[in-house]
Design a protein around this ligand. Structure first.
Ligand code: NDP
Length: 393
């Protein structure tokens, strides 16, 4: 039963995935952690009692990755590098005949735009090769897709409205820092908002739609902003009864103030500019200046609350259901030396891998999370550190 997994990417999320896989030796018998900077893999391995092997890999290089996969023959690749590496890693998995899992959909480096189309076109190739690829097995996307599928399966005859609400009520004490990769985070937040309503996609100016939401578990009221998020695309496809689907995220006034200034002075640009005879991409330079998200762990206090509010009908009556997880930054740090944002992404990546390796979720082709039975995943969330709660509003 125990199998071999190759984790690619030794950032904040990679650290959590490695810790969590190491906690489940009956499934993950052999763990290899590979990334661009092997020293980061070794630093993570040193935190863990079980032996974790490490390697250096440039995941943009399909040949190099294919050679590593052929040599190591893992049962599964867990991609927790950056979204830019999704397609080269899927190509390498196809070439070497290995199953694939990731937590974020592909983004071309020169356009701040993410869509599933680039990865969905791999479906036939994975199917013909008898392989499985699981897309978006983080929290959002990931658990939010499973929450929606669980709501639809157990509490509704038909679901009509979905609001995914992501609240980080944590404080890291820095004037400005992002909780995951700054480049990916800032590209997402500064993009135009987008939501689905009455059969069509509607777009809004960045961060122009907001309201206050009263969060449970002592977090209280916070301002939430409408953003576009990738799971809306697959959820609308797989739950065609949805009439409206939106994604919301909390931001502090302080975060937004800094972001506005950085944007106004051009520091969030993703196109190259010439500086002293050299080309630099401002957002990449900004990333070099900002705190490394992996360094926020010991400083972050407070909780996250991410969940789905689902409206629909059951037995002819309308109802509203809320399912959510509360995660405590300091408790995460005590367990795996990471803050809750990396934790809430890394745990579902491990669980998705466990679902695949134990055969609870199997298929040939490319799949989103909501295409599988949500029940074993929901049970595993409770078992592996992300317990959830549900209520009717
Ligand atoms: P980090 O920037 O902390 O880590 C990324 C890691 O990938 C780094 O170790 C980096 O190497 C490595 N890497 C980058 N390029 C390559 C390459 N070409 N070859 C090999 N390794 C490479 O990011 P996070 O850990 O915060 O995020 C990881 C992923 O998780 C991202 O895709 C992010 O979008 C996703 N995510 C998903 C969420 C969800 O809920 N679904 C939420 C949060 C994040 P180096 O150390 O050398 O730079």
């Amino acid at each position: 039963m125990s199998q071999k997994v190759l984790i690619i990417g030794a950032g904040g999320v990679g650290g959590v995935v490695t810790h969590k896989c190491a906690q489940v030796p009956e499934v993950f018998g052999d763990i290899l952690l590979a990334s661009r900077t092997e020293a980061k893999c070794k630093a993570i391995a040193a935190q863990i009692e079980r032996p974790i092997r490490t390697a250096r890999i440039d995941a943009d290089n399909v040949e190099e990755t294919t050679a590593l996969l052929r040599r190591e023959k893992p049962d599964l690749v867990i991609n927790v590098a950056l979204p830019y590496q999704d397609l080269p890693l899927m190509d390498a998995c196809l070439a070497a005949g290995i199953d694939y899992l990731d937590t974020a959909n592909y983004e071309p480096p020169d356009t701040a735009k993410f869509e599933y189309k680039w990865q969905w076109v791999y479906h036939d190739r994975f199917k013909e090769a008898g392989l499985m690829a699981l897309l978006g097995s983080g929290f959002d996307p990931g658990v939010t897709n499973v929450f929606t599928a669980y709501a639809a399966k157990h509490h509704f005859d038909e679901i009509h409205e979905l609001d995914i609400i992501d609240c980080n009520a944590g404080d890291h004490g820095h004037p400005f820092a992002t909780n995951f990769n700054p480049e990916i985070n800032i590209r997402e937040v500064t993009a135009r908002g987008r939501f689905y309503e009455a059969g069509e996609w509607k777009s809004t100016d960045p961060l122009s739609v907001s309201k206050t939401y009263d969060f449970p578990d002592g977090i209280g009221p916070k301002k939430i902003y409408l953003l576009y998020h990738e799971e809306l695309e697959s959820l609308v496809k797989f739950f065609p009864t949805l009439k409206r689907a939106r994604f919301w995220m909390t931001f502090s006034d302080n975060y937004l103030k800094h972001l506005e200034v950085l944007q106004n002075v051009g520091m969030t640009r993703i196109d190259p500019v010439e500086f002293e005879g050299k080309e630099i991409v401002p957002i990449q330079f900004l990333k070099a200046l900002l705190p490394d998200p992996a360094s926020l762990g010991p400083r972050t206090k407070g909780k996250t609350c991410i969940g789905c509010v689902v409206k629909g009908v059951k037995d002819g009556k309308e109802r509203t259901y809320y399912v959510y997880n509360i995660c405590d930054h300091e408790a995460c740090y005590r367990e795996v030396k990471s803050q809750a944002i990396s934790y809430t992404t890394g745990v579902p990546a491990m669980i998705g891998a466990k679902m695949m390796l134990t055969g609870k979720w199997r298929g040939e082709g490319v799949f989103n999370m909501e295409q599988f039975d949500p029940d074993p995943f929901m049970e595993a969330l409770n078992q592996h550190g992300l317990p959830w709660q549900e209520t009717f509003l």
